[in-house]
Design a binder for this molecule. Structure first.
Ligand code: NCD
Ligand code: ZN
Length: 361
């Protein structure tokens, strides 16, 4: 059963196409090596820039390792691509304010990423006690560098569906009070309450929303049997939260923007005794977002969410070129091959109502 059959969302309009300023992906896992080479063409065909997640093994914690990773990404781009990777620093308890400032001033870091230790894939080197980073956050406030937060507590006694809400109450709100000038992106927002927290701190706090959290709810994970390819972190929540995310994304609210969180894992890591967290949505992200805006009767708000709100928050220029999305049914491959294995695509093999049209530089 396809996702669209599971969730009959409202009927779409008949607008034939929409042209927007070229969009950016403010949260993307491109990985490294063979996987990087296999997945990057999908991102470069959709987006002009991407905030590159640093959770490699080992993580990208130094300015030099970020520069080297940026070079590998630039080299892996398809010919003719002008895609710009924006690098992030993986925060650990050993990160120093000086390293942060040096990388930011040298134009290497666009932001720093905070993973609570153990919260998600390759986060074990992350942070156990956020307060240890107070000097780093003070410096980031001073230089205007944003911190991007994976907002989930890791405490086993907290129900997995409550971990984002508990993080926001116990960790994020106190952090915002301690560092009044700190710019924060709450990554991959999954709850109605987090939407409200972002709105309450408009201007200094923003939220990214993934395509899959606009489509899946927690029942999707168990529909007809356990669905490993719908498993990511933060895990999809109750239907009321999915509806709140659709409202937040499509409402025209300037505090929300694209962050696909496209997170490829080999099929063998997903269909395994212990399934890795992450959904590879890079190839169908824009087709999914525009479909949601269409279904919500909000196509006039799409350009802001896709192409304007992110640059404004990061203090970067809006892209100059345009991208057209067309109401033309299209089907992506179900999976992509990588080094003798494959990676399953989110909504791959499904007929999608929208497809990518022309990109103009
Ligand atoms: C991401 C990954 O695989 O790197 N996984 C995920 O479920 N989203 C990490 C992350 O962003 O949490
Ligand atoms: Zn991510």
């Amino acid at each position: 059963m396809s996702i669209s059959e599971l969730f009959p969302d409202p009927p779409a309009s008949t607008v034939p196409s929409i042209t927007i300023k070229r969009p950016d992906d403010w949260h993307i896992h491109l990985r490294d090596g063979d996987v990087l080479k296999a997945v990057i063409p999908f991102t470069t065909s959709q987006f002009a820039r991407g905030i590159i997640m640093p959770n490699l093994v080992p993580p990208v914690t130094t300015v030099e390792s970020a520069q080297a990773y940026r070079e590998r990404i630039l080299k892996a781009r398809p010919e003719g691509s002008d895609f710009t990777p924006l690098m992030t620093c993986y925060l650990t308890e050993a990160t120093t304010a000086d390293e942060i400032e040096r990388g930011f001033k040298e134009g290497v870091w666009a932001a720093a990423k905070l993973y609570p230790a153990g919260a998600t894939t390759n986060s074990h080197a992350g942070v156990r006690d956020i307060q240890v980073l107070a000097p780093v956050f003070e410096r980031m406030e001073k230089i205007g560098m944003p911190v991007l937060i994976h907002g989930e507590v890791t405490d086993w006694s907290v129900d997995i569906f409550d971990r984002e809400a508990v993080f926001m109450e116990q960790k994020l709100l106190p952090l915002l009070k301690r560092h009044l000038g700190l710019k924060v992106v709450v990554e991959h927002v999954t709850t109605a309450e987090t939407v409200e927290i972002v709105r309450a701190h408009a201007g200094r706090v923003a939220g990214t929303i993934t395509p899959h959290h606009l489509i899946l709810n927690r029942s999707s994970l168990f529909n007809g049997g356990l669905q490993p390819h719908f498993y990511c972190l933060p895990v999809a929540k109750h239907e009321r939260h999915r509806l709140a995310l659709r409202q937040a994304a499509t409402s025209g609210d300037g505090n929300f923007f694209i962050g696909t969180d496209s997170a490829p894992h080999l099929r063998s890591a997903k269909q395994a005794e212990c399934c890795a967290a992450g959904i590879f949505c890079g190839a169908t992200a824009l087709q999914t977002y525009v479909q949601v805006f269409d279904e919500e009767g909000a196509l006039p708000h799409f350009e802001a969410f896709a192409s304007l709100n992110g640059p404004r928050f990061y203090g970067l220029p809006v892209n100059t070129g345009t991208l057209t999305l067309e109401r033309r049914p299209d089907r992506q491959m179900a999976a992509i091959e990588v080094a003798g294995e494959d990676i399953v695509m989110f909504r791959g093999g499904e007929q999608l109502p929208w497809s990518l049209g022309e990109t103009r530089p």
